[in-house]
Design a protein. Structure first.
Length: 172
């Protein structure tokens, strides 16, 4: 689960090591994609170019509340058109969620970084991906051709780990 039933990430799911990892990673990308409920809430957030996924517009529009953001309705424009509108034609893109946004990119990820806090329970919470909890997040990622790499401990006391799930390249 990545949020509670109200689509809010509770403080119980916020760990300093994870926040640092996330913030440092976002400082290195060229573009961030997220839904209307997702955001980073960090000092550098206003400086980052972003695409906000929404169904409230027909295709593409500037975000009236953020000059560095483009609003994108996937039903009315391609992702490539949204990137072009955002002024990003190459580089690294971070997809930070929520679940509908993650699902749209499942077959396009080079790497998905899965953070897990095994001691936190969010009954009736919002799952990271469609198919959870019937499938584990790991099963969902593997079903899309991603394979787990070596995990990195972010908070030893709480058992918080982030694991890179990388695209398995098909060879002929």
């Amino acid at each position: 689960m990545l949020a509670n039933a109200r689509h809010v990430m509770p403080d119980d799911l916020k760990f300093e090591g994870d926040k640092r990892f996330f913030s440092d990673a976002l400082d290195r990308v060229d573009l961030i994609v997220h839904g209307r409920h997702s955001h980073e809430d960090q000092p550098n957030s206003p400086l980052r170019k972003r695409i906000v996924v929404t169904r409230t517009i027909p295709g593409l529009a500037p975000d009236p509340s953020n000059s560095r953001a483009t609003l994108w309705n996937p039903g009315g424009a391609t992702f490539e058109a949204a990137c072009d509108r955002a002024g990003v034609r190459y580089g690294t893109v971070a997809i930070i969620g929520g679940p509908g946004v993650f699902d749209m990119f499942m077959d396009r990820y080079d790497t998905f970084w899965l953070s897990q806090a095994p001691r936190v329970r969010l009954p009736d919470g919002e799952p990271a991906f469609s198919g959870v909890p019937a499938l584990s997040p790991q099963e969902v990622l593997a079903s899309h051709g991603l394979r787990a790499g070596k995990g990195q401990i972010l908070d030893a006391a709480e058992g918080v780990v982030v694991t890179p799930w990388r695209r398995v390249l098909q060879t002929s």
